[in-house]
Design a protein around this ligand. Structure first.
Ligand code: PRP
Length: 209
């Protein structure tokens, strides 16, 4: 019998892509992931799956409640949790961009730019690197509304298909970085369950090819 393992998976837009990837890696065979259950046990593989909001995944892994987790690199950069980053998975690829109305000037001389974002830390780091003073407005979602309503000059947000920006007459003004879903591990559990984790890691690496 395999050693038991607990894996935190994201709900939301990355959810289905993650399940498909784990099926491709032959880690998930048959599992009913369509229910509203937040914890599902795959008896055959001895793996417990937890379904968690992306922003909470690294907390479960950092605390060792989950051994492994799959989460966007954007969230990892923003949160700076104490976890190991084991493997970028090639899914959920998107960019973190500064976006706004097409003609917005990103470096208005000596003026403070107002920036709305779900990513205040990434935002502050980026604008500091280009020496642009900003005021950050933290939002939880529907960030594109902020420039439309005059709450901010620009936003810093993830862009995947670009359809949300387009639908709101906004455009990418600058790309900050590219991000993708990443496999993370609990620092403590990684040592205790090393062989089991390495076994899963190699299956995932094969699925990348
Ligand atoms: C994300 C992001 C953008 C949108 C980008 O929001 O914050 O709003 O997706 O995707 P697109 O380029 O494919 O249009 P999400 O859908 O996660 O919802 P939220 O606004 O509630 O955060």
């Amino acid at each position: 019998m395999n050693e038991p393992l607990t894996i935190a998976l994201p709900t939301g837009r990355l959810g289905q892509q993650t399940i498909t990837f784990l099926q491709k890696a032959k880690i998930i065979s048959s599992l009913d992931t369509n229910s509203r259950k937040l914890k599902i046990v795959d008896q055959e593989q001895n793996i417990t799956y937890l379904f968690i909001k992306p922003t909470d995944i690294a907390t479960y892994v950092e605390k060792g409640v989950a051994d492994l987790g799959i989460v966007g690199k954007d969230t990892l950069l923003e949160q700076n949790k104490q976890v190991y980053e084991l493997l970028p998975l090639g899914i959920g690829q998107c960019i973190i961009a500064i976006a706004g109305f097409k003609n917005t000037i990103l470096k208005p001389s000596k003026e403070t730019l107002i920036v709305a974002s779900k990513y205040p830390n990434i935002t502050k780091t980026y604008f500091k690197s280009i020496n642009q003073p900003i005021q950050t407005i933290y939002l939880n979602g529907s960030v594109e509304l902020a420039p439309l309503m005059g709450l901010s000059d620009v936003i810093v947000d993830i862009v995947e298909t670009g359809s949300t920006l387009k639908a709101n007459n906004l455009a990418v003004l600058e790309t900050v970085m590219t991000v993708e879903a990443t496999l993370i591990a609990s620092k403590t559990n990684y040592q205790f369950k090393y062989e089991r984790i390495i076994q899963l890691l190699s299956k995932m690496k094969e699925a990348l090819l």
